[in-house]
Design a protein around this ligand. Structure first.
Ligand code: GDP
Length: 455
């Protein structure tokens, strides 16, 4: 529920920084400004203009910090309410003091995402755009940022609203016939409705096709590096990261825990997990590492199965292949600076095989490109604007909208108008869940609780 009280929060990250920003939103924002901020110039604050001055504790009258203040009067603000921003020095203690002064004016601390929730409830942005705000903040690659910005600017919302409008017109037509029960839908109306239906179903199907890639762009992928001890997994990880993160030694079994790093492969965010080698061992610590590796296998988007190409395939390699059966695997033949002895006699389940020398980094760039190509089609980025679904919530709603339209389409010939109207309303409801027109409070709570405080 939306309570129209005034809220405040620190909008900059916790810890020490250059500046700290405290944001206030609600009808008391101007009164808070009067109570805590004194401008050095004459006259009051002008909306949307920065003013230099100082913050004072309204209870003691003591100066807390020098600051800049900007007041943004409703409706031209992030939340469409009156908003005040106080920019003070960025030490955690001073920010806390300014915040205490602000809260002493009888307003409350904002909940996570509450500013953005107000922007949504006041109609400044829809739910897709609100969610995109968080995606902008958490994006790790240029493409993730671009996708989030497109959604924030309303590209996906427009696409969904366009099909909603078409379906609303169709619903109006069907309802008109319900009001005149003696009339049957004429051939022209049936043809028009069928055309609309085909059009909307096609748009929904096209959007659903973008989901896998959209998800990969937004969330990135996880890659498990797996292989016998000493085949060069840590060396490969270091090459992929361009740094010495994993310990490389000539003793088998040195990577005992799982090392996890995120790296950007030219627009593809990749979580690399270097694992303990899989082998029969009595070492308790190593056994634990191996058990964690086996746990992770099922969750990885891709497995890099690393082999020492200078040695013949042995039972340990085969054990490893058994463990990753069913996964998407790229075989990495490492140590290709040495004479190659590795060969696979049977049909192997690899998507690809790449030869590298992790010692020098040779072949690693090619490996990165092959991985990238598996998950990102370049055609999407050739377009200046690309619209893609990136959230399971959106995908699920579109799947159910598509199912209602399918039902509608198959019962169109029977002309049971009440049923047709019901299916259309259900499809509209599902589409409205994406943009927020029909999202319940529970859904909103779930979405905004994942936001940071102050956003
Ligand atoms: P891990 O146990 O699988 O993580 O293997 P490491 O990365 O610790 O490497 C094991 C040993 O193989 C080290 O002595 C590395 O220097 C060596 N090594 C790794 N990659 C290569 C390579 O491409 N060529 C050669 N000749 N040796 C390598």
């Amino acid at each position: 529920m939306y309570i129209r009280d005034t809220i405040a929060a620190v909008s900059t990250p916790p810890g020490n920084g250059g500046i700290g920003i405290i944001r206030v939103s609600g009808s008391k924002a101007a009164a808070v400004c009067d109570s805590v901020f004194k401008s050095v110039g004459n006259g009051g604050l002008i909306s949307h203009r920065f003013s230099f001055g100082a913050i004072y504790d309204p209870l003691t009258g003591n100066k807390v910090d020098e600051a800049m203040a900007v007041f943004m009067s409703s409706p031209k603000s992030y939340t469409r309410e009156d908003v005040l921003e106080l920019h003070c020095h960025g030490g955690w203690f001073v920010v806390e003091q300014v915040m205490a002064s602000v809260l002493s004016c009888g307003i409350r601390l904002a909940e996570p995402g509450e500013f953005t929730r107000r922007a949504f409830l006041n109609g400044r942005i829809d739910l897709v755009q609100a969610e995109a705000v968080m995606d902008i903040i958490s994006s790790k690659t240029e493409y993730a940022l671009k996708l989030a910005e497109q959604q924030s600017e309303g590209a996906l919302s427009k696409c969904i609203n366009d099909i909603r409008d078409l379906l609303l017109n169709t619903l109006a037509l069907v309802e008109a016939y319900i009001d005149f029960p003696d009339d049957d839908l004429g051939d022209t109306d049936i043809a028009a409705i069928t055309a609309t239906l085909e059009n909307t179903q096609r748009v929904i199907a096209d959007l659903l096709l973008t989901f896998e890639e959209g998800r990969v762009i937004r969330d990135g992928i996880s890659i498990l590096i797996i292989g016998k001890p000493n085949v060069g997994k840590s060396s490969l990880l270091n090459c992929l990261l361009n740094e010495n993160r994993a310990i490389v030694t000539h003793l088998p079994g040195t990577t005992r825990d799982i090392i996890e790093e995120t790296v950007n492969f030219d627009g593809l965010s990749v979580r690399l997990l270097d694992t303990a080698g899989i082998r029969n061992t009595d070492d308790i610590v190593e056994k634990e590492g191996i058990s964690r590796t086996l746990d992770k296998i099922s969750h990885a988007d891709l497995v890099l199965a690393v082999f020492d190409a200078s040695r013949e395939l042995d039972s340990e390699d085969l054990m490893l292949l058994d463990a990753v059966a069913g996964c998407q695997i790229i075989a990495v033949f490492n140590k290709s600076d040495l004479q190659e002895k590795l060969s696979f006699s049977n049909e192997v389940p690899f998507l690809d095989t790449v030869r590298v020398t992790a010692l020098t980094g040779e072949g690693v760039e090619l490996l990165k490109q092959r991985i990238r190509k598996l998950f990102l089609s370049s055609s999407m980025f050739d377009k200046r604007e690309f619209i893609a679904l990136s959230k399971a919530r959106h995908r699920d709603a579109l799947v159910s909208a598509g199912q209602y339209l399918q039902r509608f389409s198959s019962s169109l010939q029977d002309q049971n108008l009440e049923l047709l109207a019901l299916d259309l309303r259900s499809a509209l409801q599902a589409l409205g869940e994406v943009t927020g027109q029909t999202a319940t409070d529970d859904v909103l709570d779930l979405i905004f609780s994942s936001f940071c405080i102050g956003k």
